[in-house]
Design a protein around this ligand. Structure first.
Ligand SMILES: CSCCC(=O)/C(O)=C/O
Ligand SMILES: [Fe+2]
Ligand code: NI
Length: 179
C-alpha cells in the first residue's frame, strides 16, 4: 500500500483511504490494481524478456484499457529498473532530477518499490512510497522526481497520451527539500 511522507514536517500518512484522500487534494490520481492477476512466474521478476513484458501487459489489459478510456492515453509499455539494467546509474540520475512534463505521468507498479517525490504549492515536497499494485499519476507541469528504495528494483506500466508529452524539463528549484 502507498504511504506518504511530508518532507517539511516528517508527517507520515498510511492506509489506502487516508492516502487517497491526501492525494485527491493534491490532484494526484491514486488507485490499486489486483496483483493476484499477475502469473506467479512474473512476480518479483525484474529482468524481463520482451515476451514476459508482453505477458505482464496482457495480465492487466482490462485495467490499462480502462485507464486509457477514462484519461485519454494512447500508448503504453513496461519499464523495469534494477542493478541488472545496463544504464541504471544514468537513468536514475535523470529520474532523480526535479522536472516537469507537459502531460501527466502515470505509472502502475507491478513489482518492487519506488518513490515519487511531488511538489505541492501548499505543503512543499512530499514522498509517495509505492509498491506492487499502486497506481499513481503526477499532474502535468508539476515539479517531481523519482527514486528507487533500498531494494533498488521496480517494474511499472507507463501510459502516454503522446510520446513527446513525457519529455522531462529539468527545474532548478530553490525550495527543493532533501530527504
Ligand atoms: C516507476 S517508472 C520510473 C520513473 C519514471 O519513469 C519517471 O518518468 C520519473 O519521472
Ligand atoms: Fe517524470
Ligand atoms: Ni513483474
Amino acid at each position: 500500500m502507498a504511504e506518504i511522507r511530508i518532507r517539511n514536517t516528517g508527517e507520515r500518512i498510511s492506509g489506502f483511504e487516508n492516502v487517497k484522500a491526501f492525494l485527491d487534494k493534491q490532484n494526484v490520481l491514486h488507485e490499486r490494481w489486483d496483483m493476484s492477476k499477475l502469473p506467479e512466474h512474473l512476480r518479483e521478476k525484474f529482468v524481463l524478456t520482451d515476451e514476459e513484458k508482453a505477458e505482464v501487459l496482457a495480465s492487466f489489459d482490462e485495467e490499462i484499457k480502462d485507464l486509457a478510456a477514462r484519461r485519454g492515453y494512447q500508448i503504453w509499455d513496461l519499464i523495469s529498473l534494477s542493478d541488472q539494467t545496463p544504464n541504471i546509474e544514468e537513468l536514475l540520475k535523470k529520474f532523480e532530477q526535479v522536472h516537469t512534463h507537459t502531460e501527466d505521468e502515470i505509472r502502475a507498479i507491478t513489482a518492487g518499490k519506488g518513490i515519487f517525490i511531488i511538489k505541492s504549492d501548499e505543503i512543499g515536497y512530499f514522498d509517495v512510497e509505492l509498491e506492487a499494485g499502486d497506481v499513481i499519476s503526477v499532474p502535468e507541469n508539476t515539479n517531481h522526481f523519482f527514486t528507487l528504495m533500498d531494494n533498488r528494483q521496480i517494474v511499472a506500466v507507463r501510459l502516454f497520451i503522446e510520446k513527446d508529452g513525457w519529455i522531462a524539463y529539468n527545474v532548478d528549484d530553490p525550495e527543493y527539500v532533501k530527504a
